[in-house]
Design a protein around this ligand. Structure first.
Ligand SMILES: *Cc1c(COP(=O)(O)O)cnc(C)c1O
Length: 451
């Protein structure tokens, strides 16, 4: 048995993969990654694949980047991890200061955790507890969260409560808390049954009305600014997020921006909040933060929120939340190197973005493509059975996965969201690599799209 065959056999025998229907897993030609170089993954048979989704949206600067490698190795020579509970360690403290210095709005405090789900859970719990302990009885009634239809904020139970994706979240509905839902600003499949050309942005008016109606019971409005990623790259009308924020402020509620996916350069600037004129009270970061090296997340908060938790220990106002690996030193060292790389990259990112946008636009001409949705360097290409009626393919056809598999045969790794093919390249992807990626995707759509 070759080593590749042995590893695949172990995988099939013992592993339970995330978001993976195991009845078809082995038939869809999963890669067995054993190494990587820059923007390329290398499998157990030595084949190379362009990492077109940045290893699930986080490998911002490619694999084995010498600067991030070095930062981790240097940190390893000092300390890998020391607890952050009532204690501090060097690189995480430096990282907190670094994040505060570049954060949108007036965020001054950083709470570390391990992943995007915990980053949003932390934001949710901070917002909730804050209102419970202001000392004003009217504030204590602010117990509810406003979320979007099709929202995705992670897979732990608080994050699932905020989630609005039927396929992922519906089964847990009896288990989770209820939120106030805004209609998703999904222009291609409008929940209000309207058309973009004539809707007059009715979803914004609806959001403003719903937020105003529930005004004094809202703890926070939670939004993925710019694009609802996991829902299928649902891009928002340009001023959607800002107007939702303004409505939240009029209602006296907090604003939580979940930039787990869109933060850290993905939007074309450092934070989508900056691009969209948002000043969140809480900001969630994860995915790209360490350049895709280590699981580290951050929830940034305003001083006002932080102060709401001050008091003598016996008053019980403390934020009783933490994870064993909170403030992990290796993760923080990787994130500091990643912050340097992002600083250096941002001034030239526009060039990559323009080519990406131009190549993405060309996909609209392909017959199987229903919609092309792009926000910065995040792209969703929705494949339909009928362009006129927008009818989807039958789910059993797994059209998105079929196209991804066809791309894989041509040396490009993509991971779709249902019928939407996602392209989320490393921010450092070259022009030639982008051309290869889009050429391959075009061929694969042609091969599978009307099959
Ligand atoms: C991926 C994602 C999360 C969850 O992050 P994990 O690290 O997978 O737990 C939360 N919010 C958004 C917007 C995401 O894209």
């Amino acid at each position: 048995m070759t080593d590749a065959a042995r590893l695949h056999a172990l995988d099939r025998a013992h592993v339970w993969h995330p978001f993976t229907p195991h009845a078809v897993y082995a038939d869809e030609h999963p890669l067995m990654v054993v190494a990587a170089e820059g923007h390329w993954l290398i499998d157990a048979e030595g084949r190379r694949y362009l990492d077109g989704v940045a290893s699930l949206w986080c490998s911002a600067f490619g694999h084995r980047h010498p600067r991030i490698d070095r930062a981790i190795i240097d940190q390893l020579g000092r300390v890998a991890h020391a607890t952050f509970l009532g204690n501090a360690s060097a690189p995480a403290v430096e990282l907190a200061a670094r994040l505060v210095a570049v954060a949108p709005g007036a965020l001054t405090r950083v709470f570390f955790s391990d992943n995007g789900s915990t980053a949003t859970e932390v934001a949710l719990k901070i917002a909730y507890q804050y209102w419970q302990q202001t000392g004003r009885p009217a504030d204590a009634r602010r117990t509810r969260f406003v979320t979007l239809g099709e929202a995705y904020h992670g897979d732990t139970i608080g994050a699932v409560s905020m989630g609005g994706i039927e396929l992922f979240h519906e089964v847990y509905r009896p288990l989770v808390f209820d939120t106030i839902r805004l209609p998703s600003p999904h222009c291609y499949r409008c929940p209000l049954q309207l058309e973009r050309a004539s809707c007059g942005e009715a979803c914004i008016a609806a959001a403003e009305r719903i937020i105003a109606e529930h005004g004094d019971e809202i703890a926070a409005v939670v939004i993925e600014p710019g694009v609802q990623g996991a829902a299928g790259m649902i891009t928002q009308p340009a001023d959607y997020a800002r107007r939702v924020q303004d409505a939240a402020r009029r209602a006296g509620a907090l604003v939580i921006c979940d930039e787990v996916a869109v933060g850290w350069g993905r939007s074309g600037v450092r934070f989508a909040s900056d691009l969209l004129g948002l000043t969140p009270d809480l900001l969630c970061l994860a995915k790209g933060l360490t350049g895709g090296y280590l699981p580290l997340a951050a929830t940034l908060a305003t001083e006002r929120l932080f102060e709401g938790f001050l008091g003598r220990p016996e008053e019980g106002r403390t934020f009783f939340h933490g994870h064993t690996y909170t403030g992990n030193a290796l993760g923080a060292a990787a994130a500091l190197a990643s912050a340097d790389l992002l600083d250096e990259l941002l001034p030239t990112l526009r060039v990559t973005l323009e080519h990406f946008a131009a190549r993405a636009e060309q996909l609209r001409d392909l017959a199987p493509v229903g919609d092309v949705r792009r926000f910065g360097l995040a792209l969703g290409v929705e494949i339909v059975a009928d362009r006129r009626t927008r009818a989807p393919h039958p789910a059993a056809k797994r059209i998105g996965m079929r196209i991804a598999t066809a791309c894989k045969r041509r040396g490009v790794f993509l991971r779709p969201l249902g019928d939407t093919v996602v392209v989320m390249p490393p921010l450092t992807i070259t022009r030639d690599e982008l051309d290869l990626l889009f050429d391959v995707l075009t061929d694969a759509i042609g091969e599978c799209g009307d099959a």
